[in-house]
Design a protein around this ligand. Structure first.
Ligand SMILES: [Mg+2]
Length: 323
């Protein structure tokens, strides 16, 4: 077991849980305040290798990894899975573990929230820009740049944001504020707010399977965000600690190893088709696509094993995947 990847947080074991046989691998979610909605208004999100593109942009094909082989689409999907729960009934292996993406899956980091955060930052710098302008510039800039998969070695998000901040602020002669930009963006991620259904969904899920968070995120702000929302999990695997990003199969396998389950008995749940769904499939897991916005499935990717609108539908979906 790779203890390096296991960030043990205070674990509460409800008496009605059906298992408690391996505390370090058990997932335990327990919101310290079930109805708690953080008072902070910022809602971040991130989910992929490229720094800080909004999830939906990745889904739409922006920020893809051009060098990565694309699945030819064994499911023959026509793009446009129906809204609501959609499952291929009857998986071949039991579902003993569930890996959860974090940003845009458990916590909301929507474009409007990001944009407001960027607006606040622009005002701090005294930049004369209209609402949403700095964020628009940022997304256009990062989506048009070459993907970093071709760059050898691992680069944490904060380092990428620092470099991106220099480029973003250069036209204003404010490259020196790049560090400030990176800090503001990290704070946006640290203060993301959980989706309303998450507490109840996680509590129900904890009775069904082992749980882990597998996030493309730097360690510090991810931990801050968990704390900010009163979230506690027995296992959190972040990309900075794992030194790789989803869809790299190694990050999925490390989580499975820590949970003591084979990949075939684990299900990945996430909002991003390529990093969460395709990545999980390539690592031998099943995958549930969380499609909150009722988007079309990218036609070039193999379809997920199930589709849900929100995490309140997850447990019912997993029961259908269980043989
Ligand atoms: Mg995500």
């Amino acid at each position: 077991m790779n203890l390096v990847l296991m960030h043990r947080m205070s674990v509460l074991l409800p008496t009605n849980l059906g298992y408690c046989h391996h505390v370090r691998a058990i997932c335990l979610f327990l919101p310290s305040k079930v109805s708690h909605r953080p008072k902070v208004s910022h809602r971040p999100k991130v989910s992929h290798r490229r720094p800080a593109l909004p999830c939906h942009r990745v889904r739409a094909g922006l920020g893809r990894h051009p060098g990565r082989p694309r699945n030819s689409g064994s499911g023959g999907h026509d793009g446009g899975l129906p809204a609501g729960v959609g499952c291929h009934a009857g998986g071949v292996a039991p579902v003993r573990a569930v890996l959860l993406d974090f940003y845009c899956t458990l916590v909301d980091l929507s474009d409007p929230v990001r944009s407001r955060g960027f607006d606040d930052f622009a005002r701090q710098l005294g930049l004369r820009l209209g609402p949403g302008e700095l964020y628009r510039r940022y997304t256009e800039m990062t989506s048009s740049e070459p993907d970093e998969d071709s760059v050898p070695g691992f680069v944490p998000y904060r380092t990428s944001w620092l470099a991106a901040g220099r480029r973003l602020l250069a036209p204003f002669g404010r490259e020196s504020a790049a560090g400030q930009f990176a800090g503001v963006y990290a704070d946006l991620h640290a203060t993301a707010v959980i989706f309303p259904e998450v507490p109840d969904a996680m509590r129900a899920l904890a009775r069904h399977a082992r749980i882990a968070v597998v996030a493309n995120a730097d360690h510090d702000y991810l931990m801050r965000c968990l704390h900010h929302n009163g979230l506690r999990f027995g296992l959190v695997v972040d990309s900075e600690t794992a030194r790789c990003y989803k869809p790299d199969p190694r990050i999925f396998q490390r989580a499975c190893d820590a949970l003591l389950v084979p990949a075939s008995e684990a299900v990945m749940v996430g909002d991003t088709p390529d990093t969460d769904v395709q990545g999980a499939h390539q690592a031998g897991l099943r995958a549930v696509w969380l499609n909150r916005d009722h988007r079309d499935w990218p036609f070039h990717l193999a379809r997920p094993d199930a589709v849900i609108d929100d995490l309140g539908q997850l447990l019912r979906c997993l029961r259908r995947l269980d043989p």
